[in-house]
Design a protein around this ligand. Structure first.
Ligand code: S3P
Length: 439
């Protein structure tokens, strides 16, 4: 367990009712910091997510010589130094737990005229990095790694364009290639088998990059300077997912305002609707510059099992721990296929969620690329472990909302990696949930 392990306690009996907001989108915040650093002037980022993961990116960007200030009203001002203005950091860049920080920064560091090292926590050091170092090496990057894992040490090199076909759709890999492509000679093309989130493309285009997207294919032609931007980060749909799932589990009604519900991020809404929840999506005015801002309402019906596979997987990739909990309460079979990526997230989310939910009495069939659950199942409160994985810890706390007795989730301070205020927000909507100080 980490030093700040933190515990969340939850129990059944509350019904989720009301309206809420969630903190800013994690993916967009990482990108606003990194792309802002490469812009030719001051970018303003309002509604940014202040979380464990994004603070890691902020630290890296500052270590590269970029000033980032608060504008006094809570927005960040990233004083971009242009594509060639970063400075060599005094020590390794610490991405802590943030896979997005490491993979996106890998693309940037590959193109720099100075050496750099990307490193992180033992959890991050265990995650596969060949998916980015492979294509970056194909572009000419000189990078050493520890058997395909961090630390990643870059030396200056000349980059050329590439056409890279991803085996598995990944926004992190796509973004790393596009960022390196800004420094390459010739165009870079990324072909992806499914619609991974497109916030990097939206933001690069807005900054003036020559970038074209067709279905399954993104082309970047380097050579344009990047203009600074002013962005209002939308609420994170992956955080909103926990509130929507909590309402679905407790037969409640909730409205989450101002989240990104663009097609690459709205897979979980489609899954909830297929399970029988009534979902209403209403676009809000204005262009966030990174996603399609919407208010999303859910009123629950009887939940049914659902089959999930294909392109729906990448459109809801971070929501499967919560779906596994929903599946235990849905009538019939829920089956998830083609989702082996879940095994290489912060933890192996199939194995970890299955083993922790079993402690609550759930019966989960694990598959190499997914899981099968027959519901509804009666859960009993127990002590479970969040494994220092934010989405696992929050999902287990949701399970506690429908389990008999009390559920205590240990090693759950990591909820702050993506959703600071998770416990308070759910409690304000009527959930029986609290954060416990460590004994
Ligand atoms: C992210 C992309 C996804 C997602 C992660 C954030 C991003 O990872 O799981 O939480 O910001 O690009 P992959 O690109 O590896 O699927």
């Amino acid at each position: 367990m980490s030093e700040k392990s933190g515990r969340i306690v939850s129990s059944s009996g509350g019904v989720i009712v009301g309206e809420a907001r969630v903190p800013g989108d994690k993916s967009v915040t990482h990108r606003a910091l990194i792309l802002g650093a490469l812009g030719g002037g001051d970018s303003r980022v309002s509604g940014w997510l202040r979380s464990g993961d994004t603070m890691a990116t902020l630290g890296c960007v500052r270590a590269l010589g970029v000033e980032v200030d608060d504008d006094g009203a809570g927005a960040l001002v990233v004083r971009g130094r242009g594509l060639h203005g970063l400075r060599e950091a005094a020590s390794a860049l610490n991405c802590v737990h943030a896979g997005t920080a490491m993979r996106l920064l890998a693309g940037v560091m590959a193109g720099q005229g100075f050496p750099s090292t990307l490193d992180g926590s033992s959890q991050l050091r265990a995650r596969p990095m060949r998916r980015v170092t492979g294509p970056l090496r194909d572009m000419g990057a000189i990078v050493s790694d520890a058997d395909g894992r961090a630390p990643l040490a870059f030396r200056p090199s000349r980059l050329g364009g590439i056409e890279h076909r991803m085996d598995v759709a990944s926004a992190q890999v796509k973004s790393a290639i596009l960022l390196a492509g800004l420094y390459a000679e010739g165009q870079s093309v990324v072909v992806e088998p499914g619609p991974s989130r497109d916030c990097t493309e939206r933001m690069l285009r807005r900054m003036g990059a020559d970038l074209r997207s067709e279905t399954g294919r993104v082309t970047l032609v380097p050579g344009q300077p990047l203009a600074p931007f002013d962005i209002a980060v939308p609420g994170d749909p992956s955080s909103a997912a926990f509130l929507l799932a909590a309402a679905a589990l407790t037969s409640g009604t909730v409205r989450v305002a101002g989240i990104d519900a663009s097609p690459t991020r709205s897979g979980f809404l489609d899954i909830l609707a297929a399970m029988g929840a009534r979902i209403r999506v209403s676009p809000t005015a204005g262009d966030s510059g990174a996603g399609d801002c919407c208010d999303v309402g859910l009123s629950s019906g009887v939940l049914h099992g659902v089959e999930v596979g294909g392109t729906l997987v990448v459109r809801s990739i971070d929501e499967f721990p919560a779906l596994m909990v929903l599946a235990t309460q849905a009538e019939g079979v829920t089956e998830v296929k083609e989702a082996s990526e879940l095994r290489v997230k912060e933890t192996d989310r199939i194995a970890v969620m299955a083993s922790e939910l079993r402690k609550l009495g759930a019966v989960i069939e694990e598959r190499p690329d997914g899981f099968l659950v027959r519901g509804p199942q009666r859960l009993r409160g127990a002590v479970v472990d969040g494994h220092d994985d934010h989405r696992v810890a929050m999902s287990l706390a949701l399970a506690g909302l429908v389990a008999d007795g009390e559920t205590v989730v240990g090693d759950a301070a990591c909820a702050d990696d993506s959703f600071p205020g998770f416990v308070q927000t759910l409690a304000s909507l009527g959930a029986r949930i609290a954060r416990l100080a460590d004994a």
